[in-house]
Ligand binder design. Structure first.
Ligand SMILES: *Cc1c(COP(=O)(O)O)cnc(C)c1O
Length: 440
């Protein structure tokens, strides 16, 4: 697979360099230069396959020249260890639960796949790869859990002391092995500054092969195509007995709760391979710069505002350039495929309570935003698919306020909370961080 940068379409890069560098040297985002359009028989042939088998078939097409057959198998086996069940809410709406991984959010798919790919690269190059990343909570958890035990990869996570919720902190400070947590006496901005300083430090660079596990990495997008394919095929199969593109069956519309728009971009990539989703709904909270663009054709990044769906509090979505690129900067074309929708916290709270009252189903605040978009914009003759991006137990304050006593803490989360925290306390200075990095 060849890739180009959204900053320079002419220059091509191979998949390995794109994954290891994350961002292109010109500051652009990597995009696949060619996505094969697959025939209906390809999709049809996946009907009834479990999620990991569908992942295997898709990776066999996309990554044929990048990894050997056994390497592709190894990657899928390491990354796709949990399911993405489809729950029927009513006649029109299904919920796709993407939160059954170790950190109870859809980001587990991307983080685990990227870790597995880097392990293969590290083995081929006979050189250890060092991941260094700053976190204010969620990213650290997904990266630590995803990369834990990945052979040939060591991970350093920098986080601001006292500024991460205790449960989140436990998710990346209790693993040990190849995961080191650096508790920085400073702010999140200090952590980001230190990560940058490590990348330009000659002493570190001469001894370590540094990479980030940033969410704009193309390796995190590919696995997210898989669950779109999986859920839509199974939904078609349910209503028709088999999957068919040409039938009279109701068209499928995906509503995606969005912040940086990586998840939605992955859906668009699947769409480009000929996968028959009919259109998308881009659902956001009050940080609605993309819905505004879809409405009026103008993109105006803003300061982000805080909401109860905080993983979507993004004022300048990093994947928007990828969306523009997929549509050749054509606003009208994008607006034909994607409808924007946004909701405030009160509407989100109401939706959580209503869906519980009507269907006895519990949605987290992010999923609720997706549900609202789906409910408002679904037309006659369409089936809605709402991507459920996180488990409600991750948001105890909101859920206890709205539905007291209803949400049970999953075993995995309770178990992590009881483990012992291990971190290295460091002042917010490069010398101290370097010492820790070079000691390992
Ligand atoms: C990251 C995240 C989102 C937003 O996903 P994007 O790919 O950034 O649009 C939505 N919900 C949850 C729970 C998340 O963690």
């Amino acid at each position: 697979m060849q890739l180009y940068s959204t900053g320079n379409i002419k220059e091509k890069t191979d998949f390995r360099s794109a994954v290891k560098s994350g961002l292109a040297p010109d500051g652009g985002l990597y995009m696949p230069a060619m996505l094969p359009r697959m025939p209906e028989s390809f999709w049809q042939g996946m009907t009834g396959d479990p999620l990991d088998v569908k992942a295997q078939k898709l990776f066999d097409v996309l990554l044929l020249e990048v990894f050997s057959e056994s390497e592709r198998k190894e990657i899928v086996e390491r990354a796709f260890t949990f399911d993405a069940p489809l729950v029927r809410l009513d006649d029109k709406i299904h919920i796709l639960e993407l939160f059954h991984g170790p950190t109870l959010a859809f980001k587990d798919f991307g983080a685990r796949t990227m870790a597995a790919m880097l392990s293969v690269f590290a083995r081929q190059e006979k050189e250890e790869i060092t991941i260094i990343t700053a976190t204010s909570g969620d990213t650290g958890a997904a990266v630590a859990q995803g990369f834990h035990g990945a052979p040939g990869v060591e991970v350093h996570i920098l986080y601001p002391s006292g500024q991460v919720s205790p449960l989140q902190e436990k998710q990346f400070t209790t693993l040990g092995d190849n995961i080191t947590a650096l508790e920085v006496e400073g702010t999140f901005d200090d952590c980001q500054r230190l990560v940058k300083a490590c990348f330009s430090d000659p002493r570190i660079r001469s001894q370590k092969q540094l990479t980030t596990a940033n969410s704009i990495n193309i390796a995190r997008l590919l696995p997210q195509m898989v669950y779109y394919v999986h859920s839509a095929i199974e939904l078609y199969a349910k209503s028709l007995g088999h999957f068919s593109q040409s039938s009279e069956v109701e068209k499928i519309v995906c509503s995606v709760p969005s912040g940086n728009f990586g998840n939605l971009t992955a859906g668009l990539l699947a769409f480009k391979m000929g996968f028959p989703i009919s259109r998308f709904i881009a659902s956001t909270n009050i940080n609605h710069v993309v819905p505004d663009y879809l409405d009026a054709g103008k993109f105006q990044p803003k300061q982000s505002l805080r909401t109860i769906s905080n993983a979507m509090d993004v004022g300048n979505p990093s994947n928007f350039d990828r969306m523009l690129d997929l549509y050749n900067q054509d606003h009208d074309a994008m607006a034909r495929d994607i409808t924007g929708a946004w909701y405030d916290d009160d509407q989100t709270r109401q939706a959580i309570v209503q869906v519980w009252d009507n269907h006895r189903y519990v949605m987290d605040p992010h999923t609720a935003v997706g549900y609202l978009g789906c409910r408002e914009h679904l037309s006659e003759g369409e089936q809605g698919l709402v991507l459920a991006t996180a488990h409600p137990a991750k948001f105890p304050e909101t859920m206890n306020e709205l539905l007291p006593g209803i949400v049970k803490t999953p075993k995995r989360l309770a178990e992590i909370a009881s483990r012992e925290r291990k971190s290295v306390l460091v002042p917010a200075e490069l010398d101290a961080v370097r010492d820790v990095l070079l000691k390992n």
